[in-house]
Design a protein around this ligand. Structure first.
Ligand code: ASP
Length: 446
């Protein structure tokens, strides 16, 4: 039994873990009776949440910690070794320009899709959002302030250069770590032969860290199962009764973006590569993204999928993907467009064309600034709401209204964010001649 389980490809095991976790969590949420003990009367939902926190969350947290542990070591080793393998620092310029250009393009497409879907489905019509308690409002206000702190990429360009690289590494700051690793890689290239020991060190360190990542990935089916069980037991699928149309619009737009834009347009038409292998190759990363709702925490899995399953060279995977996890958030951009329309519709506001354009631009910028952590997108939505004429007070009400149900929405946008990063990484790799198509195509066999 165990043997045949292990013989299944990892992505299939991750999928099984996800479905089992979902079923288990829902069974706990909707099957736990209320407590009849008069001293500690608790509803079934409260008890289910307690079971989720006690029995499922610690296992999920352990898995997330294990992957997070690898983020910085993986970026440093892969990127330094990738740059030195690339041989020519000039190539970095074209790689960077192409990456950022493609990221912007896919995000603009995504936000337009979100706006189109919001116009079509009208998720906000008739919604009464004025229901959050004072407590909820206070807690969301604090979280929004913290998200502002963590975001603001555009204002913080300077922070990309770490004045203290050791502090940047130890704080897990992704962009400064990318910058520092690039510089070290370029330094090694310029020094040439005398830097051979350092180059070899990073080459072998990259292999070691990748192997550890694979080891951790073997735990993914269990981690994903625990995380899904926890989310479902504590939050359930109540989003469906409260925000049904917003959820439908978001899921539909994300599925369209993934299948049509990444799959059909980019992978099939533009790259001329098989779709099936692409989707199988990214399934592990999608499973982890969906269950963690954090593209940063998923990063090591994203890098390993791109390299191992799709044949993206480490020079590209190590640079394009960490950057993507920080700035490329197509699911978030779709969502921000949708939330703006949701609020405008709930308030009965009519938008003109210039407001649509402004929403698209602001949503793109906010998605770039949002950190790859749970709910970051929603907590930064006030800027986009402002564009459609919603006051800060009302924005707070809307965000507090959606927040308790955001997880199920966040899971889907994170899955989209991560899928977009990998699609762009494959494209850049192909352009740069750094895509091993044999590896990409062979994925069908596993
Ligand atoms: N949770 C998302 C991510 O990590 C960001 C968001 O809230 O939209 O990619």
């Amino acid at each position: 039994m165990f043997k045949s389980w292990q013989a299944l490809t990892l992505w299939k095991r991750v999928l099984v873990g996800l479905v089992l976790g979902l079923g288990l969590g829902l069974a706990v949420r909707y099957g736990t009776p209320e407590s009849v003990n008069a001293d500690s009367a608790r509803s079934g939902f409260e008890r289910a949440a307690a079971i989720g926190d006690t029995w499922f969350k610690p296992f999920g947290d352990a898995f997330v910690r294990l992957i997070k542990m690898l983020i910085i070591p993986l970026i440093v080793t892969t990127l330094v070794s990738g740059v030195t393998a690339m041989g020519d620092p000039k190539k970095l310029g074209s790689l960077g320009a192409r990456t950022i250009g493609l990221y912007m393009l896919t995000t603009l497409f995504a936000v337009s899709l979100g706006l189109a879907m919001g116009t079509l489905i009208k998720p906000g019509v008739g919604v009464e959002y004025n229901t959050a308690s004072a407590e909820d409002l206070a807690s969301v206000t604090g979280k929004m302030a913290a998200a502002e702190e963590a975001g603001g990429f555009v204002d913080r360009l300077l922070d990309i250069i770490p004045s203290n690289p050791v502090a940047a590494l130890s704080d897990g700051q992704v962009l400064p770590t990318i910058f520092f690793s690039l510089m070290i890689g370029i330094g090694i290239l310029f020094v040439g032969k005398a830097a051979d020991p350092v180059r070899h060190f990073f080459d072998s360190a990259a292999e070691v860290v990748m192997r550890v990542t694979m080891m951790v990935m073997e735990l993914a089916p269990y981690g994903v199962c625990a995380l899904m069980a926890w989310v479902m037991a504590t939050k359930g699928i109540e989003v469906l009764s409260n925000l049904l149309w917003l959820a439908i619009a978001l899921y539909a737009a994300c599925v369209f973006q993934i299948i049509f834009v990444y799959g059909f347009m980019i992978v099939r038409l533009f790259l001329g590569l098989p779709l099936k292998q692409f989707f199988r190759g990214i399934a592990d990363a999608q499973g982890v993204a969906f269950s963690t709702a954090s593209s940063s925490a998923t990063l090591p899995v994203t890098i390993s999928c791109a390299e191992t399953n799709l044949g993206v060279d480490k020079s590209v995977a190590g640079s394009v993907l960490p950057l993507g996890a920080t700035i490329n958030m197509d699911g978030t951009a779709i969502y921000l467009g949708l939330v703006a329309l949701f609020a405008a519709q709930a308030d009965g506001l009519q938008l003109d064309m210039s407001q649509y354009v402004m929403v698209a631009m602001t949503a793109t910028l906010v998605s770039i600034g949002a950190a790859g952590i749970p709910s970051a997108g929603l907590l930064l939505a006030a800027t986009v709401l402002n564009v459609v004429g919603i006051s800060p007070e009302q924005s707070l009400l809307i965000i507090a209204f959606i927040f308790p149900f955001d997880r199920l929405l966040d899971m889907m946008r994170t899955l989209t964010n991560v899928s977009g990063d990998i699609a762009v990484a494959c494209t850049v790799a192909k352009w740069e001649g750094e895509l091993n198509e044999e590896v990409f195509r062979n994925e069908a066999e596993v």
